[in-house]
Design a binder for this molecule. Structure first.
Ligand code: ADE
Length: 418
């Protein structure tokens, strides 16, 4: 199969939306026109497993402009935008293997279709491509120079592979660039998670008790935006430093078990398993809405939810109502998968601009430097990170001050005191 998308007739709608996103991605546009001139990825096959969105489409165009041969599959069964998948195939001649709401067998068959190209570079969001390659398609490892990884969860998986000596090529953790996690994880997840909850439920957030589980960069973003919409935000966190930070940022801090008794909405953003477990579900407030914004659908224990329920049915698209045996109802959004990409469109292009600028530069960087690296996880150099921020500011039209020679000298001196 050359590609597998839902409906090629959606291509024109997809193209229009890709162009809209591109108009808000100036840094990626600059990299693309530079790539067109230099063609730094000529002859390189890049296998990509990313959320198939308008923003990702612009990244695919950029890699292709750099001379790469690219193939794309979804990094989550629910996050694909079918019109975008169709547009990439029809208007940009990029093979895409992704259909929104695909089952798990199809999801993995699509990953294998991307691996069939025998990639030289892998580009992941969550490390499913790399882990399939390392477990089921080991014979292809010899072709691979390196990889890139987009998200916190993927970086954690890869670092664990590297520590155990399993990782067979170097990977750039795009997530660990400042111009990625400080913006995408915080402001991107903050806004798109609220967007996903509102699009699927249309509830009023003002006055609601809103529990955020996890106060990493994503949790901070969600908590801050929920507060901005007038919700009473509670944070639960296992890390005492982060819990203190949440408290001093002005949020209520409680255990998840205490908080869920009064929460109208719960969002998990921890990257860990069974954060909302059987005991939490049993104690949930009647009518509680459960959503997840972490990469995998493991944060809300769906097995426990089913076990505690006497029935369930669709209440709205991407809203499943569970009637519990204890008489209460709880609502699960988007099957407990990433609510921002399943029920909404993911992060806005303005922020994905920086994330995907990092991805494009990381592809070039790993292509040039892989032979100097061990089979470990690396960051992009700080100068590249700063450059992305500089270009972004310039494109927004914001000027910032520069250190004077006197200030620069002062900062590197130690003699001048009181
Ligand atoms: N991850 C979160 N939002 C995204 C988007 N809009 N496109 C691709 N990956 C994403």
């Amino acid at each position: 199969m050359k590609y597998h998308v839902k409906d090629e007739k959606l291509a024109n709608v997809g193209l229009q939306r890709i162009e809209w996103a591109d108009s808000r991605m100036p840094v990626l546009r600059i990299i693309r026109s530079d790539f067109e001139k230099r063609r730094p990825l000529t002859g390189i096959k890049i296998g990509c497993c990313l959320h198939v969105t308008t923003e990702t489409a612009n990244l695919m165009k950029t890699l292709k402009s750099g001379g790469a041969d690219v193939r794309l599959c979804a990094s989550n069964p629910l996050s694909t935008q079918d019109d975008v998948a169709a547009a990439l195939v029809k208007h940009f001649d990029i093979p895409v293997f992704a259909i929104k709401e695909e089952d798990l067998d199809t999801y993995y068959s699509h990953i294998n279709s991307v691996l069939d190209m025998e990639p030289n570079i892998t580009m992941d969001d969550g490390a499913d491509l790399i882990s399939t390659l390392h477990s089921k398609r080991k014979q292809l490892l010899k072709n691979v120079k390196g990889g890139t990884e987009e998200t916190t969860t993927g970086v954690i998986r890869l670092k664990s592979m590297a520590e155990k000596g399993i990782l067979r090529y170097p990977v750039i953790a795009v997530n660990d660039s400042y111009t990625k996690y400080l913006f995408d994880n915080r402001y991107g997840t903050g806004q798109s998670t609220i967007d996903g909850i509102l699009r699927s439920t249309n509830i009023l957030l003002s006055g609601k008790n809103f529990l955020v589980c996890g106060y990493g960069w994503c949790g901070r973003g969600i908590a801050t935006r929920a507060r901005g919409m007038g919700a009473n935000v509670i944070v639960s966190e296992v890390n005492p430093v982060r819990a203190l930070e949440a408290l001093m940022d002005g949020f209520r801090v409680m255990s998840a078990l205490d908080a869920i008794k009064i929460a109208d909405v719960v969002v998990t953003a921890t990257g860990d398993i069974n954060v909302i477990d059987e005991k939490h579900i049993e104690n949930a407030k009647d009518g509680c809405i459960l959503a997840n914004s972490g990469h995998f659908d493991v944060e809300i224990n769906k097995t426990a939810l089913n076990k505690l329920s006497k029935s369930h049915r669709e209440a709205r698209k991407f809203v499943e109502m569970f009637e519990l045996k204890n008489g209460k109802k709880v609502y699960l959004l988007a099957e407990g998968r990433l609510v921002n990409l399943s029920s909404a469109e993911g992060h806005p292009p303005d922020v994905m601009d920086m994330s995907f600028a990092n991805q494009a530069l990381a592809a070039e960087y790993i292509n040039k430097n892989s032979s100097k690296f061990e089979n470990k996880v690396y960051k992009l150099p700080d100068e590249m990170d700063r450059k992305i921020a500089e270009i972004k500011l310039e494109e927004i039209g914001i000027k910032i001050d520069k250190l004077t020679p006197e200030q620069r000298k002062y900062l590197s001196s130690w003699q001048i005191g009181t």
